[in-house]
Design a protein around this ligand. Structure first.
Ligand code: VG1
Ligand code: CO
Length: 560
């Protein structure tokens, strides 16, 4: 067969955000819209394109199957040698990263809008991952975006159709060159990797119990997202967990109407079941499987920042890290500084990077980073180059099996040693973009005044002294690339922080995120509610920035 060149028109705004191009499904359904972006991704591969192998798969959301079919046709026409596609078009984001690395492909295309709702009236997304398995860095996404601005045509072979529901390999000759599509089992490679990393035998023992020790009861919720088949294989087949403890494990195109984001607001089901039920441990994952929420008995909440710190402090219990050693820890800038303390105490390298997993990749590639995380329910390690929800859950279970303690006791022990970083994030979703921009500008102007440093801010008997304030910028220590304007920071003398940023993953309007991080080392305070402890600082932040006046909002839409 031979390829066809279709002339197209430029679509504005095909600029990848924090994590790929995310828009309403209706936007992707416009004539040539998806084709344009896929063509730009392939163009951006440059010399690597001809004969290359790419991985393709997504979270199973609406429009995913159409997108896979289009990618097959466009890839064939552009000289790609092989596509490795997940069966039914399904691959979790961590699985894509696993497969890119295992088969040393030139990259992969991930079809997901992560935790954004799915369905004909909701969101879709396309993300490119590079040959290290990680999200494309800024220089690559900028190149893709530049290409979309002048694209005149794309190449396609309209009549190539592959049955993606069947595990099989299909080859055709295109313009005299072989083109192969391998439809692979979506979970095999990922499950194999997890079994290499963790001590499955001891986790199994923990979950099964014996004559002297009752079974440790888990409740896992896939929120109708992509992790269902992975959870089923790992927890049911490999670890012997009863199917009644695995909830929402069938991937649905609209996630059953859920907002598949594992936090206390959107994973209410899990929280309630944990509160009322006999479970010792609960976990939920987002649509594409890279986020996780961990709960202990009675829904004891582990903030993601603490989750990272606790795993870091207990890393040696996990076989993978016994082998590879502990190279370094990192967190994104807005993430609470709990892991910093573990790094300081253990004398381990530590890095702070901007929001978005792509910034961890280089550090891992040069062997400086073992585990890292974000406050947004992302935790992961250098086993792949994406955050990894199921990995985080297994890491916790491996640590619990090793420590023989409950989730809550592990946290209490941790705080006793390191103190506690109280953290909260307020999201104001769907704000008017112009007002949000104006607010950010006015906060920036305020904090850049010379007399802002040293200012004492008081509220409810607490006083905070401003030590530093800026718009965060980051220089990658590996390749020297610079990311600027990554969030407004107010840093206080006692280590507490107020941070403001605008989301880069929304599909309409602006989402303002306010992050509050405050350190306490008085054990009497450790068990208190974060909202209560942080109230003075929250109020300082709201008043200082006149957020209510700027947004017309009295309260955030989500608190995590
Ligand atoms: C959000 C989170 C960020 C995360 C990103 C992608 O970005 O804050 O920490 O890396 O989502 O996560 P933003 O720009 O909206 O704040 V996922 O699970 O969508 O791949
Ligand atoms: Co995600």
């Amino acid at each position: 067969v031979t390829s066809l060149t279709v002339s197209t028109r430029v679509y504005e705004g095909q600029k990848p955000g924090t994590s790929g191009l995310r828009k309403a499904v209706k936007v992707f359904q416009q004539e040539h819209y998806t084709e344009n972006f896929v063509q730009a991704i392939l163009h951006a591969l440059g010399d690597q394109l001809t004969g290359c192998t790419l991985v393709v798969g997504g979270d199973g959301r609406f429009y995913g199957r159409e997108a896979v079919a289009k990618i097959i046709r466009i890839a064939a026409a552009n000289g790609v040698g092989k596509l490795i596609v997940g069966q039914n078009g399904i691959l979790s984001t961590p699985a894509v990263s696993t497969i890119i690395r295992k088969y040393k492909t030139q990259g992969g295309i991930v079809l997901t809008a992560s935790h954004n709702p799915g369905g004909p009236d909701a969101d879709f997304g396309i993300k490119f991952n590079c040959d290290n398995g990680g999200p494309a860095p800024d220089n690559v996404t900028n190149k893709i975006y530049e290409l979309t601005k002048t694209l005149q045509s794309y190449k396609i072979i309209p009549d190539i159709g592959v049955d993606i529901d069947k595990v099989q390999s299909t080859s055709v000759e295109v313009d005299g060159r072989p083109f192969t599509v391998d439809i692979i089992d979506s979970v095999n490679d990922y499950v194999e990797l997890m079994k290499e990393i963790f001590d499955f035998a001891s986790i199994r023992k923990l979950l099964q119990g014996n004559a002297d020790k009752p079974a440790f009861k888990v409740l896992i919720n896939s929120m109708n997202g992509v992790t269902g088949p992975y959870v089923k294989r790992i927890f049911s087949t490999e670890l012997g967990v009863d199917d009644t403890c695995l909830v929402n494990i069938k991937p649905l195109e609209d996630f059953g109407g859920l907002h598949p984001d594992p936090n206390l607001t959107y994973a209410k089901d899990l929280v309630n079941a944990m509160k009322e039920g006999p479970y010792d441990f609960g976990a939920a994952f987002d649509g594409d499987g890279d986020r996780n929420m961990i709960l202990g008995k009675k829904a004891f909440f582990v903030t993601p920042s603490d989750s990272l710190a606790v795993l870091a402090a207990n890393l040696k219990l996990i076989p993978y890290f016994q082998k590879t050693g502990v190279k370094g820890y990192a967190r994104s800038m807005p993430t609470a500084a709990a892991v910093d303390r573990v790094a300081a105490k253990d004398g381990v390298k530590f890095f702070e990077v901007p929001t978005g997993w792509k910034y961890f990749g280089n550090l891992m590639d040069v062997g400086d980073l073992s585990i890292c995380g974000e406050e947004s329910f992302g935790t992961g390690s250098d086993h792949i180059r994406e955050k990894d929800g199921i990995w985080a859950c297994l890491a916790w279970l491996n640590v619990i099996a090793g420590r023989g303690k409950s989730v809550e006791d592990i946290l209490l022990d941790h705080w006793k040693v390191y103190g506690r970083n109280f953290f909260t994030r307020y999201d104001y979703e769907n704000c008017d973009s112009a007002s949000a921009d104006k607010m950010m500008q006015s906060i920036e102007a305020l904090i850049q005044k010379p007399d802002f440093i040293g200012r004492k801010l008081q509220r409810e008997g607490k006083e905070y002294v401003v030590k530093q304030a800026d718009n965060y910028s980051y220089t990658d220590p590996v390749d020297g690339s610079k990311a600027t304007k990554q969030g407004l920071r107010i840093l206080f003398a006692d280590g507490s922080r107020i941070i403001f940023r605008l989301s880069g993953t929304g599909s309409s309007g602006a989402t303002i995120r306010m992050y509050i991080d405050s350190y306490e080392n008085d054990p009497a305070i450790f068990v208190k509610d974060a909202q209560l402890v942080l109230k003075p600082l929250i109020n300082i932040a709201l008043e200082l920035t006149e957020l209510r006046q700027h947004t017309g909002r009295d309260a955030p839409t989500v608190i995590t």
